[in-house]
Design a protein around this ligand. Structure first.
Ligand code: WQD
Length: 326
């Protein structure tokens, strides 16, 4: 794979850096392209080339792609659901225009393969669970809409051009590389586990659990938490699949298993060995009660079998980072 060149756009971010690590471990030659708006220098690997650049910079994208790549992995996006409802212009420009710029630069430079970071947010509130790939798409946020729209643009490019894609719809990404090699943490996190870590380390007073009156076993929302290293190996498998067989897919990446917010709290308490202060707060707008994936199709197409199935182990990989700093 050493001569197989992959351009990872957004490779300095949380998921992107794990993807770069997995690609390097599989022997690919990797170049990271990132504007460092949320990417972090500590997430860069010495073995990967780094180019600072924006996906809105069409000229730069074309110059970089003219170097020739076998595949692109595109993870560069704004991803805060709440922010996307307040500032859709930002999401339209960055996610929609930015992605189209990438596809155009690929076509202009004869690059045929792309693995795209999509999201469970394309489904909105599920009509049934577990959610398979046939489930209707009905995003509840502008963020989810951008991901759905980009998938549709890719379907058209695949019909009209020598262009092949695998869209990976992440469910709830959590955890860190078990070897501690990736240390970047999001500033001002919006997601459950990073917030819990801030409570556990005293950066926040307590966790607010958004709703305890949902129609779920303990009244709190149920999600499908998938380890970021498992997500990363799916990207490697997707690149390998595209290089072997020019076919396009949208695939759900989850674990087939639901965990409630209270179960996450209890698991964290077991891992960190102390109680977590929390209270019950009103429901958060737009939160479905349950969203869990079926990953049968990813298993079939990519031979992808997530290794992390135990929530305590997943949380441990995140907690390790906090204890390492001390
Ligand atoms: C998880 C659960 C909250 C914070 C998001 C995106 C989705 C996809 C995956 C990217 C929910 C509850 C949270 C808190 C809480 N992202 N919670 N207190 O919303 O399931 O999914 O990530 O593509 O599009 O929406 O993740 O981590 O925000 O929340 O009680 O302070 O934790 O209500 O039930 P979510 P999350």
């Amino acid at each position: 794979m050493a001569n197989t060149k992959v351009l990872v756009i957004g490779g300095a971010g949380y998921i992107g850096s794990h993807v770069v690590k997995a690609l390097l471990e599989s022997g690919f030659s990797v170049t990271v392209y990132d504007n460092m708006s949320s990417g972090q220098t500590c997430n860069l690997f010495a073995d990967a080339a780094f180019i600072k650049g924006d996906i809105l910079d069409v000229e730069k994208l074309n110059t970089v792609m003219a170097e020739g790549f076998d595949a692109v992995v595109h993870l560069a996006a704004k991803k805060a659901v709440g922010e996307s409802m307040e500032n859709p212009q930002l999401y339209a420009a960055n996610n929609l225009n930015g992605s189209v710029n990438i596809f155009n630069a690929m076509v202009n430079n004869g690059i045929k393969n792309i693995v795209f970071s999509s999201s469970a947010a394309v489904f909105g509130a599920p009509q049934y669970v577990p959610v398979d790939e046939k489930h209707p798409l009905n995003p509840m946020s502008f963020y989810g809409y951008t991901k759905m729209q980009i998938e549709q643009v890719m379907h058209w490019f695949a019909r009209l051009k020598d262009f092949h894609f695998i869209a990976l719809r992440y469910f709830n990404a959590v955890g860190y590389a078990a070897d501690g090699s990736i240390t970047g943490r999001e500033k001002n996190p919006q997601n459950l586990l990073p917030i819990i870590m801030e409570v556990a380390t005293g950066k926040r007073n307590k966790l607010h659990v958004f709703g305890n009156d949902y129609d779920t076993p303990d009244g709190t929302c149920v999600r499908d938490y998938v380890h970021v290293t498992d997500l990363a190996t799916a990207h490697v498998a997707a690149v390998q699949k595209l290089l072997k067989e020019p076919q396009s897919y949208c695939l759900n990446l989850g674990t087939n298993k639901g965990t409630s917010v209270l179960e996450i709290i209890k698991a964290t308490e077991r891992v960190i060995g102390k109680k977590l202060p929390y209270d019950f707060a009103p429901r958060r707008a737009g939160d479905p009660a349950v969203i869990v994936a079926t990953n049968e199709m990813a298993k079939k197409v990519l031979n992808w079998h997530p290794q992390y199935t135990d929530i305590d182990k997943i949380i441990q990989t995140t907690w390790n980072l906090e204890t390492k700093d001390k």
